[in-house]
Write a protein that binds this ligand. Sequence first.
Ligand code: FE
Length: 168
Amino acid sequence: MGLFSRDIGSLDDLFVHTLRDIHYAERRILTALPDMIGKTTDPELQIALRTLFAETEGHVRRIEDVFVLHGAALKTVKCHAIEGIMAEAEVVVGEVAEPEVMDATLAACTQAMAHYKMSRYGTLVAWARRIGRADCAALLQRNLDEEKAADRALTGIAETKLNVRAAE
Ligand code: FE
């Protein structure tokens, strides 16, 4: 599926394309998280990011189950959005001098990734239902629910602790 060819002719095609995109994004996040965990100094944030890593592995497996259910080939589509979010995170992380500020930065960067994924999963669930794939929608909804819960957890840690310490 090239950028300038017109291979997306139906909602079904769009669904599969976006599934490939989020599969790329989830795996890209798995390559970045260990380094991010290594940069945290707050034990609670470290646990949250480790939990997120395990959940992300589960998301990849569920997406792959959706490919099988839908009978679609698991091809790679580069997610330019997650590459952009990652590139920006690397720039900011590289500029941060204080450990307390780093923890607030890492939480914010992780939430930016989660928000991208939430938007994609919300769309994928709606499209799966529309094309008659309630089975796929149910799996994708579980990923969406986990993203939302992780996002809420990070907001909790940031607002009660990380941002407070970063501001001191
Ligand atoms: Fe994308």
